[in-house]
Design a protein around this ligand. Structure first.
Ligand code: ADP
Length: 265
């Protein structure tokens, strides 16, 4: 009877482990299904917004209500801009699929970090000037050999600077960029004086679909994918991304990319 009990005990223990594993995997499945549904909802919404605006402007042009040349040009520029937005949404979607299947396609080249940062950051300086937003760039950047996929790193800056603007407000924002060598890493910092991030949100902001409470309930658009994609991109570069922030006190994002050690050093 003793042994029987013991076996029963072991059996029910094993059964319990199996049951909880099954429950766990069902829960994961439920979460990923939910995430997928959310993704479809967000994406349909995000795609529809620029599309309906394109439709509106095209109809305006067709109706012949636009007579002066400047307005005509402006409409075309807006339409063009909306197609660019659509394009980047589709690109984002495509990347999510790549990320989910576990391979983000990278085209990394050996780069000089100074040239790379100059090339990638200059367009933002022009854009920020146009938006009347302050972008303080600490130059010169260190010139170090790094392996980087330009388009992907550009996307990281686009996300970080876009967020900084979004959560700081173009008129009031002051955003800073700096870079320096730290041990065998190039460390890039993007800081802002915006809303900051609540302590309870901080551990999650790099998670897929995660949006801070304030961002979800507020006017800011977004999918909660930006930082998730940034993290993946930096990780495939062998680097890390982190944040320091306090609600009301701005945020500081820090990227570390490995410096390529050249022979003889
Ligand atoms: P979203 O599309 O919501 O901007 P992200 O993945 O880019 O998604 O960011 C996730 C969340 O992190 C945001 O919803 C926001 O709460 C917070 N966040 C990101 N960047 C900043 C920032 N510079 N200042 C304040 N909050 C930020």
């Amino acid at each position: 009877a003793y042994r029987g009990n013991n076996e029963m005990g072991r059996f029910s223990e094993a059964f319990e482990v199996m049951r909880s594993k099954l429950q766990e995997s069902l829960e994961q499945q439920r979460l990923s299904e939910q995430a997928r549904k959310e993704l479809i909802t967000t994406i349909s919404h995000d795609l529809r917004t620029p599309l309906s605006s394109i439709k509106g402007y095209v109809e305006g042009l067709q109706d012949g209500i636009v007579h002066d040349k400047a307005k005509y040009e402006r409409y075309l520029a807006i339409i063009k801009n909306k197609t660019v937005k659509l394009d980047s949404l589709i690109e984002e979607l495509f990347q999510i699929t790549q990320l989910e299947s576990g391979h983000l396609i990278m085209q990394a080249e050996l780069e000089n970090s100074q040239e790379l940062l100059e090339d990638l950051i200059r367009p933002f300086e022009l854009e920020f000037m146009d938006l009347n937003a302050e972008l303080i760039v600490h130059r010169p950047f260190p010139a170090l050999p790094i392996r980087a996929d330009r388009a992907r790193i550009a996307q990281v800056f686009d996300n970080l600077l876009g967020n900084a603007l979004k959560y700081a407000g173009a008129g009031e924002s002051s955003i800073t960029i700096s870079a320096k060598r730290e041990a065998s890493f190039l460390r890039i910092r993007v800081g802002d004086n915006g809303s900051g991030i609540a302590e309870e949100d901080l551990p999650h902001i790099f998670d897929r679909f995660y949006r801070g409470d304030k961002s979800r309930s507020s006017k800011y658009g977004g999918s909660g994918l930006g930082l998730f994609i940034c993290k993946k991109i930096i990780e495939v570069h062998g680097g890390t991304i982190s944040v320091r922030s306090r609600l009301g006190a701005g945020s500081l994002f820090e990227i570390s990319l490995p410096v390529v050690e050249t022979a003889g050093r």
